[in-house]
Ligand binder design. Sequence first.
Ligand code: F6R
Length: 610
Amino acid sequence: MVLQGLRRLEYRGYDSAGIAVVAEGELSSAKKAGKLANLEKVLADRPLPAATVGIGHTRWATHGGPTDRNAHPHVSTGGDVAVVHNGIIENFASLRAECEAAGIEFSSDTDTEVAAHLLTAAYADAPEGEGRLAEAMRAICRRLEGAFTLVATHAAEPDTLVAARRSSPLVVGVGETADGTAEYFLGSDVAAFIGHTRNALELGQDQIVQIDRTAGVTVTDFAGAAVEPTAYTVDWDAAAAEKGGYDWFMLKEIAEQPKAIADTLLGRLGDHGNLILDEVRLSDQELRDIDKIFVVSCGTSFHAGLIAKYAIEHWTRIPVEVEVASEFRYRDPVLDRSTLVIVISQSGETMDTLMALRHAKEQKARVLAICNANGSTIPRESDAVLYTHAGPEIAVASTKAFLSQIVACYLVGLFLAQVRGMKYEDEVAAIVEDLRKLPDAVAQVLTGMDEVRALGRSLADADTVLFLGRHVGFPVALEGALKLKELAYIHAEGFAAGELKHGPIAVIDQGTPVVVIVPSPHSRESVHGKVVSNIQEVRARGARTIVIAEEGDEDVVPYADHLIRVPRTPTLLAPVVTTVPLQVLACEIATTRGLDVDQPRNLAKSVTVE
Ligand code: F6R
């Protein structure tokens, strides 16, 4: 049953899996890197005993590579407690040091393992009797920082399962076996148990759930106060459940963007407005010696690099060149020890980017990877890595990984400015504050997408759509055009709006849709007025103008056939919000044309050939 549940969650993407059961006062577990088939092979050779309590996990590596030893469940030293975990325990380093000082030897590189050891100790301290494991879980959750869902079993508690939730999903399923016995499920989403029951309980933030064979479900907060969970009935079928109720993975991933950004910032913004990028294993001296930066990547990741250039140059005054990986290494770029090459890749396996990275290393440049897939080849071969914590991206076209790449680039730029003393502390702190607001800003954009969808339906027969932007709006225009090409198979091009009169304006005909990304009227670069003029120019030649502009920008109103509003955001950070309507637009046009949004023709998620 546990394996079946894990199969149902396979769509989320993972790189190792494991299960643990409690039977006759003993805990047994099995785990293996790779797909579930690998775990099944292990279980075929060494079956676990029959049991009525079990936990399972598929892991998408964050702390520690995707290896057997890092797979969950993690078992405490004495073998009594098994824990599975989603999320990131931010203060794991200090907790691990505390455990090690108490003589505990760790058998993995994960942040999760501390939870198993701490739980064992807390269980020993908790009063004997009913609810002991839940009490221990509450005690450790009060000490954990970060976002986590934890599920634990204890060998001495064969009738109990305990789980905790903070900022990571967890749902409870309540069902019945064929003979009428109550059965309970826990899952990070309902897809895990939809084959057994549609009756679910929703847990809130900072809550602990105990499932007991006789007492059933008990929910408390971290302090132990009783909480009434919200019951609901799942009306999705299994296929819809995998997609969280959305028609496409891409729509689900677009909706996950506020979380993807928040997770990418998590643990990296200090309390004093400073940045903490301990994972970037380049010394302060190495960072100070950098005199030139290349950003190298492909496709959507290349567009993230283009945005990075504006921010990094502005904040650090280090010259930045951005290049597609397939061109970079064939033109003999000038690289040396004081060059930093930032490679950006969602998958970490893109061959062009990998080859560019190897070329940079041969030339003695330092390489920093910004990557979403932990343990993949690109971060492994790089000198340093900053992971985007967007979670697995299933749809072929990149959305949430893109926004988190942009955010990771901001972090790198600000970190360099901080280390090199290019910005005063309060300046860094002010930008950090702006970064913290991005998840909410994106969430706000997402709530207003009905009109964008209606617009998308009206554009389904377009032959060509043009996208215009200036400054950081230019890469956004390129990304909008790429999304439309790859999803809807419609010819689309992105232009720097200032280039319009140097040629592209000739293609504008009666009714040609032109999407314009308008910079903030408050931007210091003052390109706002120029873009408003560009809108008038294309409109005068017959274009149907689709204008993405900040709330309160009234200058654009007379020239916009369609107006899409986004919240006010500092200029350099604006791509994170202005990209979102373009993703939704492309998705809706593709859906209206009856196309497979998740797997567009001719495309692969990870391009592992040159
Ligand atoms: C577009 C898209 C591709 C990838 C590109 C690089 O939506 O997904 O353009 O961005 O193939 O892939 P990664 O980032 O995995 O190196």
